[in-house]
Design a binder for this molecule. Structure first.
Ligand code: HEM
Length: 290
C-alpha cells in the first residue's frame, strides 16, 4: 500500500494524526509480515488461527486488567469504553469454541505473547500515561483491518455466518466503526500531556506495533516448524480447513487440545547430538582416509 510522506511530529498536530503518521511504516510492516500476508490471501489454517486467538486472549486479558486499574486515571479515563471495545469476554467464547470446555488448561502461551503481556503490565503499573498507545494500536486496528480479517477467516475456515469462533472480531455495541473511530480519535486528542509524554506515547505506539510483528513472526515460525515436522503424508492434513466441529483434535494437537511440544519448545537436544556425532564421524573418516 502506498502512503504519502510521513510528516514530522509537531505540537500543533493532533495526537491521533501524529500517531497515525508515526506508525505508517510499522503498520505496513505488520500488514506485510508473512503471517498476515498469508492470512489476507485466505491461507490461514485452523492451527494458525487458534494460535493467534490464544495469544490475543492473553494480550487482551492483560491490557484490559491494566485498563480497569486505570479507568479513573485522567491519563486514560476519556478512552474507557468497556462496553464498546473490551474483548476479553468475546475471546473467552472463542477459546471455548476452538479449544473446548477445558480451554484454560489447553491454550498455548508463546514467548512473544509473554513479552507483549509483560510490557502491558509494566506500562499499566509504572507508566499508565502510555496505555493510550496500546489501546489505540489494538482497538483501532481491530475496528479497521480486523473487520477484513474476520470475513477472510470465516470463509477460509468454513465458519458459520452466525459468528461462532470469531466473536473477537465482532463489536455488537459499535454501530458504525467509522463514527466510533472518529469519537475515539477526538478523545485521544483531548488528553492533556506534556511534549515529553506525547513523545513517549508516539514511541510506544511504534513499540506496540513491533510487539505485534514479533508475535506474527513467532507464530509463522512455529507453524512452519510444525509443518516441516510432519511426515509428507500428514502435512496436507495439517493444512486442512476447520470442519464444523472446531474442537476435534487435529494431527497437530495432543488429545487434551494442547499444541504439540514440537511447536512450543526449542529444537530437541537429541537432534543436535546426532548432527554433531555425524560431523565428528565424517571428519574422523576423512582423517583416516588421508
Ligand atoms: C492484514 C493486516 C492488516 C490490514 C489489511 C490492515 C488494514 C487497515 C486499514 C484498511 C486501516 C484503515 C486506514 C484508515 O482508516 O485510514 C487500518 C487502520 C489501522 N490499523 Fe491496520 N491493518 C492490518 C494489520 C494491522 C495490525 C497488525 C495492527 C496492529 C496491531 C493494525 C493497526 C491499525 C491501526 C491502529 C489503525 C488505525 C489507524 C488510524 O486511523 O489512526 N493493523 N488498518
Amino acid at each position: 500500500m502506498e502512503h504519502p510522506q510521513q510528516p514530522e511530529d509537531s505540537m500543533s498536530q493532533d495526537l491521533s494524526e501524529a500517531v497515525k503518521a508515526a506508525s505508517r511504516e510499522v503498520h505496513s510492516q505488520a500488514e506485510n509480515s508473512e503471517f498476515m500476508k498469508n492470512f489476507q490471501k485466505g491461507q490461514v489454517t485452523r492451527d494458525g488461527f487458534k494460535l493467534l486467538m490464544a495469544s490475543l486472549y492473553h494480550i487482551y486479558t492483560a491490557l484490559e486488567a491494566e485498563i480497569e486499574d486505570n479507568k479513573e486515571n485522567p491519563v486514560y479515563a476519556p478512552l474507557y469504553f468497556p462496553e464498546e471495545l473490551h474483548r476479553r469476554a468475546a475471546l473467552e467464547q472463542d477459546m471455548a469454541f476452538w479449544y473446548g470446555p477445558r480451554w484454560q488448561e489447553a491454550i498455548p502461551y508463546t514467548k512473544a505473547t509473554r513479552r507483549y503481556v509483560r510490557r502491558l503490565q509494566e506500562v499499566g503499573r509504572t507508566e499508565p500515561e502510555l496505555l493510550v498507545a496500546h489501546a489505540y494500536t489494538r482497538y483501532l486496528g481491530d475496528l479497521s483491518g480486523g473487520q477484513v480479517l474476520k470475513k477472510i477467516a470465516q470463509k477460509a475456515l468454513d465458519l458459520p455466518s452466525s459468528g461462532e469462533g470469531v466473536a473477537f472480531f465482532t463489536f455488537p455495541h459499535v454501530v458504525s466503526a467509522t463514527k466510533f473511530k472518529q469519537l475515539y480519535r477526538s478523545r485521544m486528542n483531548s488528553l492533556e500531556m506534556t511534549p515529553e509524554v506525547r513523545h513517549r506515547v508516539i514511541e510506544e505506539v511504534k513499540s506496540s506495533f513491533l510487539l505485534n510483528i514479533q508475535l506474527f513472526e513467532e507464530l509463522q515460525e512455529l507453524l512452519t516448524r510444525d509443518t516441516k515436522d510432519q511426515s509428507p503424508s500428514k502435512a496436507p492434513e495439517l493444512r486442512r480447513r476447520a470442519g464444523s466441529r472446531a474442537q476435534d483434535p487435529t494431527p497437530s494437537e495432543t488429545p487434551g487440545g494442547k499444541l504439540p511440544l514440537s511447536i512450543l519448545s526449542p529444537v530437541p537436544l537429541l537432534r543436535w547430538v546426532l548432527t554433531l556425532s555425524f560431523l565428528v564421524a565424517t571428519v574422523a573418516v576423512g582423517l583416516y582416509a588421508m
